[in-house]
Write a protein of this length. Structure first.
Length: 237
């Protein structure tokens, strides 16, 4: 049922990125419900027929379905238990309004790429041709004076290239490797920069355990060497 979950996350990610641009932005559950993805704004795109259906959909998203949201494991386990019951108590969702959650970096990138593709498609739609109107003939423009010398060519610098050539050049493999080695370590969940010079087990920004691999689909723990999740069968990334 990702056809409902994906539009909800895309709407949420695109609007959060307008005010909190970050690789993996954070927000409270209450902000999701009231500000960034309220029922009235997503009910058509997500094809939900009632506020109760919307709250169940939000609970699925916050429970970690699809690997789109990283959050407190106690909250996610609570939501999973309610959803598995077949008749979830929606009051549980409201009890976690102040809980902080983190949007998946990969999910945000996909949502922003989808928004850019949609904008490009709208821009490429041809406009109707204007109706030609009879207008009085105008005088032909005067020719530009001849003999204007062309601008002098750009002088090469000490590296032997012109500013135009340097602007269009691509970095070498050595430069890319050096840049990657110089980059500080970041959290694999929220992409925030981790403290340097000390062993880090938990991310100080999103609280995720960096020593544990988790399935992006169901958030179950994946042991080292496993190629597939034992809970949902998803390939271990």
């Amino acid at each position: 049922m990702m056809h409902q979950l994906q539009p909800l996350f895309d709407h949420l990610a695109q609007r959060v990125m307008r005010v909190r641009p970050a690789p993996a932005p954070q927000l409270d559950v209450g902000e999701l419900l009231d500000t960034f993805a309220p029922y009235r704004a997503v009910r058509v795109a997500c094809a939900v027929e009632s506020a109760e259906d919307y709250e169940v959909l939000v609970m699925r998203l916050l429970a970690g379905e699809g690997g789109l949201i990283f959050a407190d494991e106690v909250m996610q386990d609570d939501f999973k238990s309610q959803l598995a019951s077949g008749n979830p108590d929606l009051r549980v969702l409201r009890s976690y309004r102040g809980t902080r959650v983190t949007l998946s970096k990969q999910g945000v990138e996909r949502a922003m790429a989808a928004a850019a593709t949609s904008a490009d498609a709208d821009a490429a739609t041809p406009e109707p041709e204007p109706v030609a109107l009879a207008v009085a003939p105008t005088a032909a423009p005067e020719p530009e004076p001849r003999g204007t010398p062309p601008p002098p060519p750009a002088e090469p610098d000490a590296t032997g290239g012109t500013p135009e050539a340097r602007a269009g050049s691509t970095p070498s493999t050595f430069e890319l490797v050096a840049e990657a080695l110089a980059a500080p370590p970041t959290c694999g969940y929220c992409s925030c920069v981790l403290p340097a010079g000390r062993p880090v087990t938990f991310c100080p920004f999103c609280g995720q355990n960096l020593r544990v691999r988790r399935c992006v689909a169901c958030s179950s723990e994946i042991e080292a060497g496993w190629k597939f999740c034992v809970t949902c069968g998803r390939t271990a990334d």
